[in-house]
Design a protein around this ligand. Sequence first.
Ligand SMILES: O=C(O)C(=O)[C@H](O)CO
Ligand SMILES: [Mg+2]
Length: 271
Amino acid sequence: MPRFAANLTMLYNEHAFLDRFAAAAADGFQAVEYLFPYAFEAGEIARHLKDHGLQQVLFNAPPGDWDAGDRGIACLPGREAEFRDGFARALDYAEALGCPRVHVMAGLAPQGADRAQLQATYEGNIAWAAERAAAAGRNVLIEPINLRDMPGYFLNRQDEAHRIVQAIGAPNLQVQFDLYHCQIVEGDVAMKLRQYLPTGRVGHLQIAGVPMRHEPDLGEVNYPYLFDVIDEVSAACGWQGWIGCEYRPARGAVAGGTSDGLGWLRRATAT
Ligand SMILES: O=C(O)C(=O)[C@H](O)CO
Ligand SMILES: [Mg+2]
């Protein structure tokens, strides 16, 4: 069975952020991910990780002004200096938290923008970030995201993400393969797992039920089958990544109680 990480941005929202580490550990998780750590001192988060025996396996570089609508700025011409400052800060946090990888969000393509200019800006920023991250012993991830959740998002397809990773050619640049987005945009998820996991260019997986982004056992995706595929392909190719549980619990929300972090897995594997 694959290794699961609790996404603390989506799970345990009945608790303040810093209390979610204890909730995830109590639920049986050994690793966590979330969107952004920057509202807190890195040392404070590091203490929570240590106190609860948790690994930090992923977080995102600063996305620009999230509240103003930015969803990353890597593809946006004219914001390169802001991107570089933000990524340097992400590397400082990655060092303090012992986090091996940072997801760099691409951003939203402005209406009528020159797509070729966005592509050049994006690949230039990602190549720069990968070089800086390599010097710090970290990996950079890029993630295709569906246009229903993020209208205008610059990167949407697995094959395009892998084309960019291969074009830049940095060994520490990988794809964040979110199965939820892949099902919405492309489908054929099992075959994409079989195609891409053996390449060594998939740095992290994430899961959620489709279409509502609730627990994996709610919706159209047969995750027990996909976990078997991941186990089978990983055993053959040596993939040893984490799977981020990036979903909004329906049961927790309905019951008004603690999020159902791994309840769906316990139910699925109950003998
Ligand atoms: O949206 C997702 O699936 C992600 O993983 C991004 O990192 C945050 O939106
Ligand atoms: Mg994701």
